[in-house]
Design a protein around this ligand. Structure first.
Ligand code: FAD
Ligand code: 2HG
Ligand code: ZN
Length: 468
């Protein structure tokens, strides 16, 4: 291995091949501290040619590679194994915006560009890059593509997959596939880029992408609402769509326990409602669009129909930021309670109420006092059904129940025709679980694709598909 490290140093510069345990620390653990590994080394190539050379050298030595972007993933996908045998390939030096074409509404960005930098680049030419999530100050284009990230504007713009027009990928043997096309229409055979989107680095390293931009939406109207039930939240979606049409860009749900956590972290709640459910609505339109009136009309109709109990509409940019914090800071606030058993499930919007009402008694019976902290992207049928520990248990005692509790959540979701991973992917944490719910045919197809692209099994092994 000393030989490989030396050759990697010759290829990309010794200062970009990290082996000192102190330098490896932040690349070896995910942001929650839930997944830990020990890399052989961390390599930080600065160009596609360097990524290609690193992957080729590793391939020729039979060494596995774990691509890493902002390391904000939820399922351990960017964390190496703990046996010191895998190279972490960080994309954080590949941060160039290669081109920006406002006329064609496209941007070509390298994989290490941070999502917020991409959004700012789009804004600089009066356009919008619509994928938005609370980790946007750290997560990267390559990570967003590789996890097919969702976020808070999916109901209007779709997930990351919907934004990708073209990709550049370094294949597991080091060859470069230049698929950086910016075409809206291209029916010349298989749409190969789709294989790499959501593949979590198991089929190759994404080095750059052509992404579609949208018209800017400078007119915004934002409200925080309280609701009588989850079924009201689902019905409200139709009312919002009736009144706002395509201006509806966000409809997010927050349960009372989730709200209480954020409020305890200092974010003020503008409502004094005793309700069990709350939500964030945002309409966004072009300059001059009367989104404010549309929001007031929609909420008026929702109050009439007993779907909304109370509402606070942001009157300024700072109030808007405050309302967004009530939703976006839940994840961080829940972390302060200690280990969380996370679930990222989706069902049809009409089944959300059923899911929540089935699970509450089942979880309480399995572990009395367990605390569901439910929130998520209700407009997409996607809930983060996260569990915090009962006061009576210490963290290890609580985590000993993880498998049993997660099986209850996942079984109920699948029984309703849902998915056990709506937007976070599988990583190492959920690979085996997902395979257990898929048919043999589906798992065989996934293995066949992996075998075709990565016959040596060196690209992020054990992620997405469990090792055989
Ligand atoms: P990483 O964590 O570094 O990697 C994720 C996976 O992609 C790994 O398997 C890794 O190997 C692979 N990968 C990374 N870069 C490449 C590349 N260039 N080529 C090939 N493979 C690569 N996610 C959502 O979908 N919606 C949300 O609303 C959301 N909110 C979040 C809020 C918070 C506070 C946090 C911390 C995370 C949130 N996430 C959310 C999860 C996370 O931000 C996303 O999964 C994000 O897309 C990961 O990007 P990253 O650059 O951090 O990737
Ligand atoms: C969100 O929607 C993220 O806030 C994070 O997807 C969810 O931390 C989580 O479980
Ligand atoms: Zn989410």
């Amino acid at each position: 291995m000393t030989d490989l490290i030396a050759r990697l140093g010759e290829a990309i510069g010794a200062s970009h091949v990290l082996t000192d345990p102190h330098d490896l620390a932040s690349y070896s653990v995910d942001w929650r501290g839930a997944y830990r590994g020990t890399p052989l080394a961390v390599v930080r190539p600065g160009s596609t040619a360097e990524v290609s050379e690193v992957v080729r050298l590793a391939h020729d030595s039979g060494v596995a590679i774990v691509p890493q972007g902002g390391n904000t993933g939820m399922c351990g996908g960017a964390v190496p194994s703990d046996d010191g045998s895998q190279l972490v390939l960080s994309l954080n030096r590949m941060r160039a915006i290669r081109s920006l074409d406002a006329g064609s509404a496209t941007i070509t960005a390298e994989a290490g560009v941070v999502l917020q930098e991409l959004q700012s680049a789009a804004e600089s030419v009066g356009m919008l890059f619509p994928v938005s999530l609370a980790a946007e100050g750290s997560c990267t284009v390559g990570g967003n593509i590789s996890t097919n990230a969702g976020g808070t504007a999916v109901l209007r713009y779709g997930m990351m997959r919907a934004q990708v027009l073209g990709l550049e990928v370094v294949l597991p043997d080091g060859r470069v596939w230049d698929g950086l096309r910016s075409l809206r229409k291209d029916n010349t055979g298989l749409d190969l880029k789709q294989l790499f989107i959501g593949a979590e680095g198991t089929l190759g390293v994404v080095t750059a992408a052509v992404l579609a931009l949208q018209p800017a939406t400078p007119s915004r109207a934002t409200a925080w609402v309280s609701l009588p039930s989850v079924s009201a939240a689902a019905s409200l979606l139709s009312v919002l769509r009736e009144h706002a049409g395509d201006w509806l860009s966000t409809w997010e749900l927050v349960s009372r326990p989730a709200l209480e956590l954020v409020v305890a972290h200092g974010v003020p709640d503008p409502l004094t409602s005793e309700a069990d459910w709350f939500g964030l609505v945002e309409l966004a339109g072009p300059a001059g669009a009367d989104v404010g009136s549309a929001l007031e009309d929609a909420l008026g109709a929702a109050v009439e129909a007993d779907l909304v109990l109370d509402a606070a509409i942001a009157g300024s940019a700072s109030q808007r930021t405050g309302l967004w914090s009530l939703r976006e800071r839940v994840s961080e606030a829940q972390e302060s309670l200690g280990p969380t058993i996370k679930h990222d499930v989706s069902v049809a919007i009409s089944s959300l109420d059923d899911l929540v009402s089935r699970l509450a008694p089942a979880l309480e019976a399995a572990l009395p006092g367990v605390r569901p902290v439910i929130y998520g992207h209700v407009g997409d049928g996607n809930l983060h059904y996260n569990l915090s520990r009962p006061a009576s248990l210490d963290p290890d005692e609580f985590l000993a129940h993880a498998a049993q509790l997660s099986t209850l959540v996942h079984d109920a979701t699948v029984a309703l025709g849902g998915s056990i991973s709506a937007e976070h992917g599988l990583g190492s944490g959920k690979a085996a679980t997902a395979a257990s719910y898929k048919s043999d045919v589906e798992v065989d197809l996934m293995r066949a694709v992996k075998q075709a692209l990565d016959p040596a099994g060196l690209m992020n092994p054990g992620k997405v598909l469990p090792l055989q």
